[in-house]
Design a protein around this ligand. Structure first.
Ligand SMILES: [Cu+2]
Length: 121
C-alpha cells in the first residue's frame, strides 16, 4: 500500500507546484502600487525605485493645494486637485534615472519640487 501511495503524493506535489508556480507568475504581472504624498514643496518619498518591464501605478495624493507630476522623458503627466489624488500607470521600458517635476504651479518652491525615479534592470 505504502509503495503505491508515494508516487501519487509526489505527482500531486508536482501538479500543485506547477499550479501555484503558474499562479504566482501571473500575480507578479499585477501592477506594483506605490503611494506618494505631495505637499508644498516636496514628494514623500522623494525617491522611488521600480523594475524595468514591471507595470507600476504611482498613486499621488495631495495634502494641500493642487500639484502635478510630470516625467518629461517618459511622456507622463498627471495633475492632482487640491487635497485630491491622481494616478500614473505605466511600464518602464528603459533603465535609468528620471526626474519628475511638479506640473502645476503651487507657490514659491514649485520649481524645486521633484521626485527621483530609478528604473533598474
Ligand atoms: Cu508645483
Amino acid at each position: 500500500m505504502k509503495k503505491k501511495r508515494v508516487p501519487m503524493v509526489v505527482s500531486f506535489g508536482v501538479l500543485a507546484a506547477m499550479f501555484f508556480g503558474a499562479h504566482s507568475a501571473s500575480a507578479q504581472e499585477a501592477p506594483h502600487r506605490i503611494e506618494i504624498t505631495a505637499k508644498r514643496f516636496s514628494y514623500e518619498p522623494s525617491e522611488i525605485t521600480v523594475k524595468k518591464g514591471q507595470p507600476v501605478v504611482l498613486v499621488i495624493k495631495s495634502l494641500d493645494t493642487a500639484h502635478g507630476l510630470r516625467f518629461r522623458e517618459l511622456n507622463l503627466n498627471v495633475t492632482i486637485g487640491k487635497n485630491g489624488a491622481g494616478e500614473l500607470s505605466f511600464t518602464p521600458d528603459k533603465a535609468g534615472d528620471f526626474t519628475g517635476h511638479c506640473s502645476v504651479f503651487c507657490g514659491s518652491g514649485h520649481g524645486g519640487m521633484s521626485l527621483m525615479l530609478h528604473v533598474v534592470n
